[in-house]
Design a protein around this ligand. Structure first.
Ligand code: KG4
Ligand code: ZN
Length: 359
């Protein structure tokens, strides 16, 4: 083992710790500062460059991360310092957490290399975080209320429906570091189903938020699309996309424009129904009734409403993260990093990112 491979053993200071976290797995450059388990800043720089291409262009995303990362980290520290009771600069950071996997490899390389360089320069420990685990743990971020107090986070064990652009999973969370995937998509992710359907309707990328917006004005039962029959707790969305495509191909010119709101509402209703049916099945199978959602699609207002309604009907305790912690953000990396810090779960400087990573 070389010096660089020696995991750093940080002295723990009574359970506390100041974590700087970096997220760069896809098209958001984000940094966050977490002090004693509370998120003091969560700064996110979006990349608008991809809109014109109808999807994230990996090469452009990596270049944008390189441009953004220094100012983003600087801003996150400055914002945290402005509300911290004692001085807070980069020298006060106890550990650096970063997204190690999964994601676009060029994008992950930028965040990883930045985190490694900082750890080496400051002689601080490094914490590698799995992006999907972090999405789940966004639910345990204490959220500050207007009176300055913090909300009660969800209690363990809980089930989390993690729905993003690349993943759709049901996760059993027994504790911050004991997470297991108990169901997942066998093809497209829920976010992809939103974005690909939006593309069929001629909407720009990313279409998920636009479908959400137009769905508010439409009838969710106007059109019916194929529902997949997939065993166990797994999902499939490729059939839905094909069903929408065939349906649209049969229509006359001008149909989409004339029915855009009803189409969006019906597509959203189909996706939400598929998700919640499997979630109900998972509750029955596990007996766990603390339910959370996470990932970009958890920002969808139809899903949020339907989950709350179903929770009331079935006696579930539901938890939905604040919007800023739903889509990609470093706050979720920071909270995961914080629990790994408490557990002394550090990585050495030989670490590299991986585009795909099971867990
Ligand atoms: O978690 P995320 O920000 O990035 C990934 O890790 O993939 O998720 C992005 C996905 C995109 O597919 C986007 O269209 C979808 O989340 N999304 C939404 C909404 N906001 C974001 N889908 C439906 N309704 C929304 N409001
Ligand atoms: Zn994500």
């Amino acid at each position: 083992m070389t010096d660089l491979q020696q995991p750093f053993q940080a002295p723990l200071r009574g359970g506390g710790g100041i974590i700087l976290a970096i997220e760069s797995s896809c098209d958001e450059t984000s940094a966050s500062v977490c002090v004693d388990g509370k998120i003091l800043s969560n700064f996110i720089a979006n990349q608008l460059v991809h809109e014109q291409y109808g999807g994230v262009v990996p090469e452009l995303a990596s270049r944008a991360h390189i441009k953004n990362i220094v100012p983003v980290v600087h801003t996150a520290i400055k914002q945290a310092a402005s509300i911290h009771h004692s001085p807070l600069t980069i020298r006060h950071i106890d550990a650096i957490a970063f997204t190690q996997a999964p994601g676009l490899i060029g994008c992950l390389l930028v965040g990883t290399q930045f985190a490694k360089s900082l750890a080496l320069a400051l002689n601080k420990p490094l914490i590698a975080v799995h992006h999907m685990q972090a999405h789940v743990l966004a639910n345990i971020i204490p959220q500050q209320l207007p009176d300055g107090s913090f909300t009660e986070p969800i209690a363990f064990p809980f089930l989390c429906l993690t729905v993003s652009g690349g993943h759709t999973q049901i996760v059993m969370a027994k504790s911050p570091l004991e997470l297991a995937v108990i169901g997942q998509t066998i093809d497209d992710a829920a976010g992809e189903a939103f974005d690909k359907s939006a593309k069929l309707l001629g909407l720009p990328y990313p279409g998920g938020p636009l479908i959400d917006e137009y769905a508010k004005l439409g009838n969710p039962l106007a059109f019916k699309f194929a529902e997949p029959q997939i065993p166990a707790l797994n999902f499939s969305f490729s059939g839905l996309k094909t069903s929408i495509l065939y349906f649209l191909q049969k229509q006359e010119a001008g149909f989409i424009e004339a029915n855009l709101h009803d189409l969006c509402a019906s597509i959203q209703h189909s996706i939400v129904t598929i998700l919640l049916k499997k979630l109900s099945k998972a509750v029955l199978q596990t007996g766990v009734k603390n339910i959370a959602i996470a990932g970009g699609v958890s920002a969808n207002s139809g899903l949020r409403q339907a989950l709350q309604q179903m929770g009331k009907q079935k006696g579930w305790k539901t938890h939905i993260p604040a919007f800023e912690y739903c889509t990609d953000n470093a706050g979720m990396i920071a909270i995961t990093g914080y629990y790994k810090y408490l557990a002394g779960n550090f990585t050495d400087l030989s670490v590299s990112p991986t585009a795909r990573a099971e867990w």
